[in-house]
Design a protein around this ligand. Structure first.
Ligand SMILES: *[C@@H]1O[C@H](CO)[C@@H](O)[C@H](O)[C@H]1NC(C)=O
Ligand SMILES: *[C@@H]1O[C@H](CO)[C@@H](O)[C@H](O)[C@H]1NC(C)=O
Ligand SMILES: *[C@@H]1O[C@H](CO)[C@@H](O)[C@H](O)[C@H]1NC(C)=O
Ligand SMILES: *[C@@H]1O[C@H](CO)[C@@H](O)[C@H](O)[C@H]1NC(C)=O
Ligand SMILES: *[C@@H]1O[C@H](CO)[C@@H](O)[C@H](O)[C@H]1NC(C)=O
Ligand SMILES: *[C@@H]1O[C@H](CO)[C@@H](O)[C@H](O)[C@H]1NC(C)=O
Ligand SMILES: *[C@@H]1O[C@H](CO)[C@@H](O)[C@H](O)[C@H]1NC(C)=O
Length: 864
């Protein structure tokens, strides 16, 4: 959990300069002996100068013995010895010594002992190590006692959190009572080793959060667990001990700590030297689904739905009315009681596993044996793999009690197989088709919930997880038969249309018959030539868009207005009316449409076809329900909806889409107008690039790399393209870099101007980078939410590499996707980005928005 996620929310390689540890060589004494106690007014400094040990004043005139960072101005205490028994009075009254038994003892006013360490070692010495550990040593060197075994509210690198099953030593975190009162507070965070080990956060003795059981690879409630280049973590679970630990990787000199504050928030903090402050890198619990047993027995929590509680398939809410009011704690009940003999299993995907305290864990069973074992035990309610490190690995969880504290993730999590009566099994369940089923039924999206509240309607929408089958066109990833879906539309249209305009389809077909198909040799179209040019009737389009009513207008795109429409079969479309006159003839136009329509990729908006009416030409696209990226990114109210995970997904998706255009598609297409408004978002906020290939359709995309008609948008255009009209794939890379920096910062490149520093966005990003302050570049609206710092910094670096002035210094898109995907990239250091040396384009219009094919290249060249 928590701790697991934090290691990778750590620092990138570049951080060396960002957070460095000022080691002032310590002429220090780091040892206490019988002969040399520690007076209250003195501190002990570790050999490397990192940590100090001494007495400090806290609230109410109490004095405590603590360890803090030696080089940080504001004292940051990481460990306290005598939390329950402070010295009453100032530090001068306190003393730390080794007593006659060889234990460490805190003595008040040279008489009364207020605290004694549990271990004793005869003639001992106490040594403060440079990792912050205070160790009491026997004369021979063995460890009698160490502060790392008794954590307070802080876990430092190298400390273990967990139990030693042989000695019973339980190392857990416990919060301070108040920010200035180190006595034990309300919260503890500790491991439970019943079943499979799981960490729980407690308030007093009540659990408030569970990490999910360990599944051999990670804690199942923390699926993002990763190790990165700076920090590594390990979880050890053996018969002897079970603990979590994180470490700084070799040579890293950052200061990082993992701390539970007095409100029970667990945070990963890093010391930022430039700002001279601790920066919170993540904070847990972070969402409502992390509330312990948020959705009751058999309930499944999912933050992406509203209400957040849902039931697995075969279950329904125990108290439907309470659920409508967003109280899911009553949980779910079975539709049909179990009948031991006829039962089966339905798989729930992407799950945080239920608590395993009462579960049986058998590491000798494979998944199929696990299923059979569970099936043969009438009390067994669910099973799952207990070792997900590799698909065939052995390990079996079997739950016999209620399933508690489950949640569902968008990504990550694992399969949970829930027992159901035969009549409740989904048709394609395990009994006939072992892996394909599962569904978690989600009770109603929010609008419906509202209706429910207002009108008492009871509507239950079952969300099918595997909706690829349900909506093939939306999720087409290029695997389907080309145009299969569209042909279906066309058929529907043709059946309906009896108007004379319907014949246009046939015109198209005639032309196709004359075409030689050499440019799409890989696509076998058989004898249906008209399948090649997906074309729509004007009447169909008029009907779908309500005669291009202004209500249906989505916006003004680069080449003309765009309207939303709905076809008879219910499919939503977006229609772009091309207002610019193509330089091409009809036949070339159609050829291009055919080619572009064949480009199918998860991250491209699909061109469904065209519609030609006299001289008017229209392009018909699939409709994207969340409109375009700029409507979220640059909108103060909406930008926080794009958390870092979503932004990173969007950056990756855009990169893959461009890579496909540049390299992997049959055509090599340079987009030339990449910008936030051309990135559309589907229902799941996956990015899809639109408007690609339009330049080709217009005939401006000649084979030469020189163009008189510049298509593009100020702010995203590479210098060589804006100034000289020279375009290449590297100009798209430049635009991509601008986009990445906009996505990270939530600020428009165009329009961004840093008053004090006289900087545009790119230069601002570079300046922060150079100063090691890149994290300040991150969008303020998502700061403080959980952002993977490594990813953020990597994205900024990639963005900067993409906006280099010289095209040859910019990476290719394939290199970019590699860099985005790799955990430990050796990225180049960027140089100063383009457009940063004074010359600014002040024109605020988008070239591509002009209605005429305005050629302003000449002006731009004059400006040089
Ligand atoms: C600490 O106090 C002792 C006596 O209480 C005194 O002798 C010593 O000089 C003081 N040391 C410092 C560093 O103030
Ligand atoms: C030393 O240990 C013995 C036995 O545990 C105990 O009775 C005694 O009080 C200890 N002495 C000191 C100074 O703590
Ligand atoms: C205790 O150990 C120190 C060093 O390890 C040594 O100098 C000292 O003589 C020892 N004292 C006794 C009483 O053994
Ligand atoms: C604990 O951390 C949370 C999250 O950062 C913060 O909102 C809260 O104020 C902190 N509580 C204290 C007492 O510092
Ligand atoms: C359980 O199912 C079997 C077969 O479907 C049926 O014969 C039996 O009567 C059922 N038992 C109960 C208690 O419903
Ligand atoms: C485990 O079993 C005990 C005793 O039956 C019960 O009190 C407890 O709630 C169960 N825990 C879980 C997580 O099911
Ligand atoms: C999990 O499976 C992997 C691969 O089969 C194996 O190496 C590992 O030891 C297993 N872990 C446990 C805890 O059994």
């Amino acid at each position: 959990m928590i701790m697991m996620t934090w290691p990778w929310r750590a620092l990138p390689p570049l951080a060396a300069g960002l957070l460095l540890l000022l080691s002032s060589p310590a002429a220090s004494i780091d040892t206490i002996t019988v002969e040399a106690p520690l007076e209250g007014n003195r501190t002990l400094v570790s050999a490397g100068g990192t940590f100090a040990l001494g007495f400090f004043d806290a609230a109410a005139g109490h004095t405590y013995l603590g360890i803090w960072y030696n080089n940080i101005p504001a004292r940051t205490v990481v460990w306290v010895a005598n939390r329950r028994s402070p010295v009453v009075g100032s530090v001068a009254a306190a003393e730390l010594k080794i007593d006659s038994n060889g234990s460490l003892a805190i003595v008040q006013a040279q008489r009364s002992v207020v605290w004694v360490s549990p271990g004793a070692a005869g003639n001992a010495t106490a040594l403060l190590l440079d990792n912050g550990n205070l160790v009491l040593r026997f004369a021979g060197g063995g460890v009698a006692w160490q502060s790392f075994d008794y954590p307070t509210d802080t876990l430092l690198p190298g400390m273990k959190l967990g139990v030693d099953l042989r000695t019973g030593l339980d190392r857990y975190m416990s919060s301070w009572r108040l920010a200035d009162d180190p006595s034990p507070g309300e919260y503890t965070f500790r491991i439970d080793t019943h079943g499979s080990p799981e960490f729980f956060l407690y308030r007093w003795s009540m659990r408030t959060y569970g990490s999910g059981p360990w599944n051999g690879y990670q804690f199942s409630g923390v699926p993002n667990l990763r190790t990165n280049t700076l920090l590594s973590y390990q979880f050890m679970s053996t018969a002897k001990e079970a603990y979590y630990q994180y470490d700084l990787d070799g040579g890293a000199t950052v200061l990082t700590r993992f701390v539970m504050n007095s409100s029970g928030q667990i945070q990963r903090l890093m010391w930022i030297d430039t700002t001279r402050s601790w920066s919170v890198f993540s904070s847990y619990p972070m969402d409502e689904c992390e509330a312990y047993r948020a959705c009751g027995a058999y309930g499944v929590c999912n933050v992406e739905t509203s209400p957040m509680c849902g039931c697995p398939v075969g279950f329904e809410p125990r108290y439907p009315q309470a659920w409508a009011l967003r109280d899911g704690s009553g949980g779910c009940i079975r539709r049909t009681p179990l009948n031991c003999t006829g039962d089966g299993f339905a798989v729930a995907r992407n799950m945080k596993l239920p608590e395993s305290a009462n579960a049986t864990v058998d590491m000798a069973l494979g998944l199929e044996e696990c299923r059979l074992r569970c099936l043969s035990n009438c009390a067994c309610r669910a099973y799952a793999s207990a070792n997900v490190t590799s698909p065939g690995a052995k390990g079996c969880f079997m739950w016999t009690g209620d399933l508690l504290d489950m949640r569902r993730f968008d990504n990550g999590g694992q399969d949970l197989f829930i027992r159901l009566a035969a009549s409740d099994l989904p048709t394609n369940s395990l009994s006939d088709n072992s892996q394909t089923a599962m569904l978690v039924s989600i009770i109603v999206p929010s609008v419906v919930a509202l209706l429910l509240l207002l009108g008492g309607l009871v509507i239950c929408v079952i969300k099918v997880k595997d909706n690829k089958k349900a909506i093939p066109s939306v999720l087409n990833n290029g695997q389907d038969t080309p145009f299969g879906q569209r042909n279906h539309n066309a058929a529907a249209i043709n059946n309906r249309q009896v108007t004379p305009i319907g014949r246009r389809n046939h015109i198209a077909a005639t032309n196709d018959a004359q075409d030689n198909n050499s440019w799409h040799p890989t696509i076998e179209q058989g004898s249906h030539q008209d399948l090649d040019l997906p074309s729509f009737d004007v009447a169909t389009i008029l009907y779908a868009t309500s005669n291009f009513s202004s209500d249906n207008k989505l916006g003004q795109g680069g080449f003309g207005p765009v309207y939303m429409g709905r076809l008879d079969n219910g499919q939503d479309i977006a229609v772009k009316r091309l207002s610019r006159r193509s330089t091409q003839g009809l036949r070339e136009f159609k050829n291009e449409v055919k080619l572009i329509a064949k480009l199918q990729h998860r991250n491209l908006v699909r061109l469904l076809g065209c519609c030609i009416d006299g001289s008017e030409r229209m392009l018909v696209y699939e409709y994207m329900h969340n409109r375009s990226l700029n409507t979220f990114l640059f909108n103060e109210e909406k930008q926080s909806m794009l958390n870092w995970a979503k932004r990173f997904n969007i950056i990756n998706g855009i990169a893959r889409g461009i890579l496909y255009l540049h390299q992997d598609s049959a055509l090599r297409i340079i987009h030339r107008d990449l910008k936030a408004s051309n990135i559309l978002l589907d229902r799941d906020m996956n990015p899809k690039i639109s408007d690609f290939g339009v330049a080709r359709i217009f005939g401006t995309d000649q084979t030469t790399a020189y163009t008189k008609k510049v298509v593009g948008t100020y702010g995203y255009m590479s210098p060589e393209y804006a100034m000289d009209g020279v375009f290449s794939m590297k100009s798209d890379v430049f635009s991509f870099g601008v986009l990445v920096l906009e996505i990270v910062s939530g600020k428009k490149n165009r329009g961004f101007y840093h008053n004090e520093l006289d900087l545009n966005l790119l230069r601002y990003a570079w300046r922060l980078w150079k100063e090691g302050r890149s994290l300040e570049f991150l969008d303020q609206s998502i700061v403080g939410t959980s952002s993977n710092v490594t990813e953020v910094l990597r994205c900024i670096q990639i963005g900067l590499l993409c906006v280099q002035e010289q095209p040859r210094h910019r990476p290719t898109m394939s290199a970019v996707t590699l860099m985005l995907g790799s955990e430990s990239p050796a990225l180049h250091e960027p140089c100063e980005p383009a457009f940063s040396t004074g010359r600014s384009l002040s024109d605020d219009t988008e070239a591509s928005r002009s209605n005429s094919a305005r050629s302003w290249t000449a002006t731009a060249i004059e400006g040089r």
